[in-house]
Design a protein around this ligand. Structure first.
Ligand code: SAH
Length: 438
């Protein structure tokens, strides 16, 4: 192992400390700090800091030193927000619009309503729940995650005990032996309903029925239990091959007064308090009067489309995950909405078809995954020529690249970063683009 004295001169947008001499490894140092670091692969272990930064705080998470779940438990929250604003500002340096202050997350602990833990063998070979180390597939035991919902933490702890009592073997990635791979928990923030998904290399285990009964006895909030059989070695946690053993396979939650179905395989925002702020901004930026035709593309379970429907004439939601589209249809019914159409399609294919057919939309809301949209999508979007585009993104880097493709026809009028994930490097960004009038 190589030890070096390094100076941190900044933090890059991926949360990496920028070091002198230049070493590309993940180390939890803050700007201005000089320290001794032991480098191993992509990780740097801080041995000693000569001059701790005044921005350094004592981590409230007991496993922060080892866990790769978060990035910034050692950094003052004000500075984290400044970092997030600067990240967005630097990426959007090509536009004139000012960057709004980051919408902060007032409750910065136990905010996540979805979490997955890996199951691994501890020294005594017992099933243990935890997270991966930074940039690694080595696991570290996590008993009470600081950002995960407290009810979920309790359920995780009890599950670990049950796995040991019932001698359910952890899966081993190297030998490909064992049963239990991951446990995924989703919680309804307003409803307190809990979903548990056991991700397993086998379809069943001995004592499963009694174990599930014991889990529900201890936590009656657990409304549904699913087994997902995943025999692949890719990094995707869920395979989608699922069987529901308890309940209906879904839970419900409420956002801004609307009810939404949450299932195992469809996307649902994980920080409900901030989601209400984010969606509130999307509604504000859409500036609907009741007469508009709106396209909500990359629509997930139709959350944004449904929220916008009250003030729109018609909404079309486009999404490629068939589970999400099924949920979206149920969500429209649950909320008695009948001016929203849910379409199962690849976003780019839909946009190209819509442009060819000359469909018209006054407002397009887009919320793609981290990879952003495709050049073909953006070309078709320009042909569709909506008056406004509300672009929501969890990866401002790709959002900025996409916006560059649109500025020939559109002017960026607002950029609002939102802190959906305190203590991590991630920042959500919502951008309003308005059609340039010739
Ligand atoms: N707007 C939703 C979902 C955003 S997450 C919400 O706020 O909840 C991004 C969504 O894009 C996911 O549901 C994902 O399944 C979907 N997606 C990813 N690639 C896609 C593609 N090529 N075409 C359509 N949808 C896609």
């Amino acid at each position: 192992m190589k030890q070096e004295i390094v100076k941190c001169v900044g933090i890059n947008e991926d949360g990496y400390a920028i070091l002198q001499p230049k070493i590309r490894a993940f180390v939890r140092m803050l700007p201005g700090e000089i320290g001794t670091v032991e480098f191993e692969g992509k990780e740097g272990r801080l041995v000693k800091i000569e001059n701790p930064s005044p921005e350094r705080i004592v981590s409230k998470c007991p496993v922060f030193d080892q866990c790769g779940g978060c990035t910034f438990h050692h950094w003052d929250m004000v500075k984290q927000l400044e970092f997030k604003k600067t990240t967005v500002k630097n990426l959007f340096s090509f536009v004139k619009a000012p960057i709004e202050e980051v919408l902060p997350c007032e409750v910065d602990h136990h905010y996540r309503t979805k979490n997955q833990m890996v199951v691994f063998a501890n020294k005594k070979k017992q099933s243990t729940l935890g997270m991966y180390r930074p940039y690694s597939h080595q696991a570290v035991a996590v008993t009470a995650c600081y950002i995960q919902d407290t009810l979920a933490n309790g359920v995780f702890g009890h599950i670990q005990m049950l796995l040991r009592d019932f001698k359910v073997e952890p899966y081993d990635e190297d030998s490909k032996r064992g049963i239990m791979r991951h446990v995924l928990i989703k919680v309804g923030y307003q409803t307190n309903q809990v979903m548990v998904v056991f991700v397993m290399a086998e379809p069943d285990f001995k004592g499963r029925k009694i174990m599930f009964a014991k889990l529900i006895e201890k936590f009656p909030q657990v409304k549904t239990i699913i087994i997902d059989v995943n025999t692949r070695s890719s990094s995707a946690v869920l395979s989608g091959k699922q069987k529901t053993y308890v309940g209906n396979g879904y839970i419900e939650d409420k956002l801004l007064g609307y009810t939404f179905k949450i299932s195992a395989s469809s996307f649902f925002q994980v920080n409900p308090r901030q989601t209400e702020k984010l969606y509130g901004k999307a509604i504000e930026y859409a500036q609907l009067t009741g007469n508009e035709r709106v396209l909500d593309v990359y629509s997930g379970t139709g959350t944004i489309g449904i929220l916008l429907s009250k003030k729109a004439k018609e909404v079309v939601c486009v999404e490629s995950n068939r589970w999400a589209v099924e949920d979206a249809k149920v969500n429209a019914q649950l909320n008695k909405i009948n001016n929203v159409k849910m379409v199962l399609a690849d976003a780019t294919e839909y946009m190209i078809r819509a442009a060819e057919q000359g469909l018209t939309f006054d407002v397009v809301v887009m919320d793609p995954p981290r990879s952003g949209a495709t050049p073909e999508f953006l070309n078709a979007l320009k042909q569709l020529n909506p008056k406004r585009i509300v672009y929501i993104s969890c990866e401002p880097k790709t959002q900025a690249d996409d916006v560059k493709q649109l500025i020939s026809d559109y002017q960026v009028t607002k950029i609002q970063p939102v802190d959906m994930f305190p203590y991590t490097r991630h920042v959500e960004s919502i951008t309003l683009l308005s059609l340039k009038t010739a």
